[in-house]
Write a protein that binds this ligand. Sequence first.
Ligand SMILES: NC(=O)c1ccc[n+]([C@@H]2O[C@H](COP(=O)([O-])OP(=O)(O)OC[C@H]3O[C@@H](n4cnc5c(N)ncnc54)[C@H](OP(=O)(O)O)[C@@H]3O)[C@@H](O)[C@H]2O)c1
Length: 260
Amino acid sequence: MTTTKKIAVAGATGRLGKHVVDVLTERGHQVVAFSRKNGVDLETGAGLVEALDGVQVVIDASNNATADKEIATEFFTAAARNLHEAGHKAGVERLVVVSIIGIDNATAGYNAAKLAHERELRKGPLPVQILRAAQFHELVEVMTQWGTQGDVAYVATMRTQLVAARAVAEALVDLAVNPAPESTDAPYPEIAGPRPETMAGAATLYTAHVGAPIHIIESSDPENSDREAFEDGTLLPSPHATLAGPTYAEWLEATYPTAK
Ligand SMILES: NC(=O)c1ccc[n+]([C@@H]2O[C@H](COP(=O)([O-])OP(=O)(O)OC[C@H]3O[C@@H](n4cnc5c(N)ncnc54)[C@H](OP(=O)(O)O)[C@@H]3O)[C@@H](O)[C@H]2O)c1
């Protein structure tokens, strides 16, 4: 018999968070879904203790999607501190949080902020399980839009093993219900898609599939001190990673079935 839990989802309206809510609901758990839209702010802590009343586990899928390292670091570290403090007060047993594969030596932008996020989370007081994920299938469209100038989109040179946000959500729920044994020596659990791809290759598939008249140009950003890690495979999963389908091409077909 599966035991159901009362599980809160922070960032419940986001690309990942909405799948986490769906998976928890499908599996019969009691879900407390929150974000700023329903009055809970992780960065200031407003509404957090109240939202966590009776909650056993928090899955944090919140985000501040900025390339500005300072702004992103401020968000993620404040969110980690506030979740620990409010969760401790409310009697939460554990936090389950998502991070990114291959960021151990990140120095710039968003990935450096996620590394700071992991470090802040590790300070406690609550036990934390961090799952590192590859870039989501859903990110391809976002990166294409960010890079679009007229009929051209400049997409960062990046080797990645794209994974569906739904697969990441399932892995987070698994960890929330059946925690992996805690060890400071063990590597973080990882989840990635079935095969390595390039972000520009995926962006080309995306624009062709949805019929967007945009030409993709793969471009290396000389100002990004972490560009080598993007390009040399550092963001690809470790041998211990769980690999989960669908491939990006399969996901496109399923997500935009009437496109073209
Ligand atoms: N996207 C990827 O490819 C990828 C890959 C690996 C790991 N991740 C990680 O996955 C997580 C989720 O990413 P995502 O792309 O799904 O994010 P997203 O779509 O940008 O969603 C962000 C969520 O956070 C909420 N939020 C933002 N500021 C908040 C605040 N101050 N207080 C409370 N909630 C707040 C948003 O809702 P409101 O606006 O209503 O507050 C929204 O629900 C992040 O930790 C990210 O690092 C992402």
